[in-house]
Design a protein around this ligand. Structure first.
Ligand code: NAD
Ligand code: LMR
Length: 328
């Protein structure tokens, strides 16, 4: 039996937490032979509800769950953790954009960044889910400069999964036949789901779906607006699908990527593809056999894609200006 890894989840008593924790504890995230200890971090007023979640986790009798640390103390919550999944924050309501949450949520990530740097395991990796996730990740990272920049991630996998399914539905094929779907930029209404480089059964999407007008317009806006559509329909933001995307993201980061394929996650830009250095932007990413990740460097970017990428990167630069004083 492997030694347990410690996984912190903030906002553990929230909607996403309620789906996510059970997937982690069951082995969906790290595999059926990897025991876990869950560190469940919440604000004080949510501790009674968190107590209920702890009871339910216990009542599942998960063989892989070797411990639970429920707490509102960030030092205790991040002590020795190998992964920090930063979910806890306020979701948007109908009519809001995700960046409207910066004023409410941004400052949460100062204290969390500092506490992760102070307390986490030396190999800690951090995935930010709480919105606006790219810029919240930027805030946390800049408040934890002792942790290498390549350990920080923000979640765009839900957008990738949404995009893949929309293409599969349009083409009338199983979703497993869609590959190479990169989401570029911000997890926001400017994100660019790159259908030009996506494949269906290894063929260019534009060969299988010749309706380029649909691809350039309806497809992109459906993916960009999917979060808002769910809020409108449910009165609450996506939760089970978001938790599923967290599981997919971490699995992709710890599993070598199939030859020739890639997946989407936002990482610290070093300037690749002319994306402004220093922002947290989504790219096509591959995980190598040694567990490191890299940006797929051979993805062609035509004029249409360049315009879309520039727009979403510009929005990330604007968000960075809005939080300048939070960057330490
Ligand atoms: N990146 C994505 O694709 C994606 C997808 C879905 C939702 N989200 C975002 O995830 C976040 C959580 O969504 P939800 O539906 O679970 O919300 P929720 O309101 O159901 O739960 C959030 C939880 O976070 C807790 N919390 C608030 N501040 C905290 C803090 N400082 N420390 C620890 N916990 C704190 C709250 O008490 C609450 O239990 C939102 O910001 C939402 O917009 C992101
Ligand atoms: O749209 C939201 O505010 C929630 C989440 O980011 C989503 O994409 O579903």
């Amino acid at each position: 039996m492997k030694a347990p890894i410690r996984v912190a989840v903030t906002g553990a008593a929230g909607q996403i937490g309620y789906s996510l924790l059970f997937r982690i504890a069951s082995g969906s995230m790290f595999g059926p032979d990897q025991p876990v200890i869950l560190h469940l971090i919440e604000i004080e007023p949510a501790l009674p509800a968190l107590g209920g979640v702890v009871m339910e986790l216990q009542d599942c009798a998960f063989p892989l769950l070797k411990g639970i640390v429920p707490t509102a103390n960030l030092d205790e919550g991040f002590a020795g953790v190998n992964w920090a999944l930063l979910v806890g924050s306020v979701p948007r309501k109908a009519g809001m954009e995700r960046k409207d949450l910066l004023g409410i949520n941004g400052k949460i990530f100062i204290g969390q960044g500092k506490a992760i740097e102070k307390n986490a395991a030396p190999d800690v990796r951090v995935l930010v889910v709480g919105n606006p996730c790219n810029t919240n990740c930027l805030i946390a990272m800049n408040n934890a400069r002792g942790i290498p920049a390549n350990r920080w991630f923000a979640m765009t996998r839900l957008d990738e999964n949404r995009a893949k399914m929309q293409l599969a539905l349009k083409a009338g094929v199983d979703v497993t036949r869609v590959s190479n779907l990169a989401v570029w930029g911000n997890h926001s209404a400017t994100m660019y789901p790159d259908f030009y480089n996506a494949r269906i059964d290894g063929r260019h999407v534009t060969e299988v779906i010749p309706d380029v007008h649909w691809l350039q317009n309806d497809f992109i806006s459906t993916v960009q607006q999917r979060g808002a559509s769910i809020i409108k329909a449910r009165g609450l933001s996506s939760a089970a699908s978001a938790a599923n995307a967290v599981v997919d993201t971490v699995r992709s980061l710890v599993t070598p990527t199939t030859e020739g394929d890639w997946y989407s996650v936002a990482v610290h830009s070093e300037g690749d593809y002319d994306v402004e250095k220093g922002i947290i932007s989504s790219f096509p990413i591959r995980t190598n056999a040694d567990g490191s990740w890299e940006i797929a460097k051979w993805v062609p970017v035509g004029d249409f894609s360049r315009e879309k990428i520039t727009a979403t990167v510009n929005e990330l630069k604007e968000e960075r200006e809005l939080v300048r004083e939070l960057l330490g």
